[in-house]
Design a protein around this ligand. Structure first.
Ligand SMILES: [Ca+2]
Ligand SMILES: [Ca+2]
Ligand SMILES: [Ca+2]
Ligand SMILES: [Zn+2]
Length: 343
């Protein structure tokens, strides 16, 4: 198989690396794409040899759309204003995906009066059974794609409401702040997907608990409440970072977008639930205030290259807009960001 190198900025995933195992998998995904996009010519996936960090499998491929095709995909997304599961015959995963996508749509509609990811009623398109035993899910710029998982590390991704909310929030982010998927802005992009994943799947602060390691109960792929409790896949002896001084600075995962997201995740968790973190006490203001603050920050103040410091400023401004300068919400945001070391 010929390998080409392409920057991996477009497939925004739930897990590290938007990769599928080398072989038929990305061909299969490409075929599904062709099936949907046939009247808009054939989009291309390009495989990239992916150098795995320690602790992950060696030979993986990153698959990606050509950047130049992106506008075409947006066009395709506006044809009809309904939900669509792209698969030849109906099956259980497709049905579950549909139900979960609708729940996420309803959440954004009821909570923020947002009509789909573009706020113009764009159709939600989900591909299921992408790849073979693929351990990931992505938003690719026009549709969501879900792997079935290998049955060991993950089961079917679309069965997880927080995963579906995570992917669809990538779409919301793309149409609002459009945070670049690299370094701090990329970590914020990931974090918003985890935060709204936890707002839609409202009964916990974990990510992917319903589909992660089916043979092990009580664990999750990430945690907003206690990121450090989960091993960091790029630094297996450590937990996910929960303070700015633990920021991952290596090259993998677009500069650790799925890793450093945990720092902002923890801040959002503290805003909502409160707690004492590294000696800083935060009085939480609950999910309803927290989701409003983060949505306003994302849609009004953050831009493509915003960093963690701007995230703090944006959340503070949003809290002040919504609740006033001397509000307990502004206090909670201030303390939460102090607690995770973002000044
Ligand atoms: Ca849950
Ligand atoms: Ca969850
Ligand atoms: Ca498990
Ligand atoms: Zn993601």
């Amino acid at each position: 198989m010929k390998k080409k190198v392409l920057s991996s900025t477009l497939a925004l995933s739930i897990a590290l690396g938007a990769f599928a195992t080398l072989g038929t998998s990305h061909t299969y995904a490409a075929e599904q794409k062709i099936q949907y996009n046939q009247e808009f010519q054939t989009p291309s996936y390009i495989g990239e040899e992916w150098k795995a960090p320690k602790g992950l499998d060696k030979k993986e491929t990153v698959f990606e759309y050509l950047k130049s095709k992106k506008d075409m995909f947006k066009l395709a997304g506006n044809i009809e204003r309904h939900f669509e599961i792209v698969r030849e015959e109906k099956d259980a995963e497709a049905e579950t995906t549909h139900v979960n996508a609708e729940k996420v749509y309803d959440y954004y509609k009821k909570t923020f009066y947002r009509n789909s990811f573009d706020n113009e009623g764009a159709k939600l398109i989900s591909f299921v059974h992408v790849g073979e035993n693929w351990n990931n899910a992505v938003w690719n710029g026009v549709s969501m794609e879900y792997g079935d998982g290998d049955g060991k590390k993950f089961t079917s991704f679309s069965a997880s409401l927080d995963v579906v909310a995570h992917e669809l929030t990538h779409a919301v982010t793309e149409y609002t702040a459009n945070l670049e998927y690299q370094d701090e802005s990329g970590a914020l992009n990931e974090s918003f997907s985890d935060i709204f994943g936890a707002m839609v799947d409202r009964d916990d602060w974990e990510v992917g608990e319903d589909i992660y390691t089916p043979d092990i109960s009580g664990d999750a792929m990430r945690s907003l409440s206690n990121p450090a409790s989960i091993p960091n896949p790029l630094e297996p002896t450590e937990g996910y970072p929960d303070h700015y001084r633990k920021f991952y600075t290596g090259p993998y995962d677009n500069g650790g977008v799925h890793i450093n997201s945990s720092i902002n995740n923890k801040a959002a968790y503290l805003v909502s639930e409160g707690g004492t973190h590294y000696g800083v006490e935060v009085n939480g203001v609950g999910r309803e205030a927290t989701e409003k603050i983060y949505y306003r920050a994302l849609t009004k103040y953050l831009t493509a290259n915003s960093n963690f410091n701007m995230m703090r400023q944006a959340a503070l401004q949003a809290a002040e807009d919504l609740y006033g300068k001397n509000s307990k919400e502004v206090q909670a945001v201030t303390k939460a960001y102090n607690a995770v070391g973002i000044e």
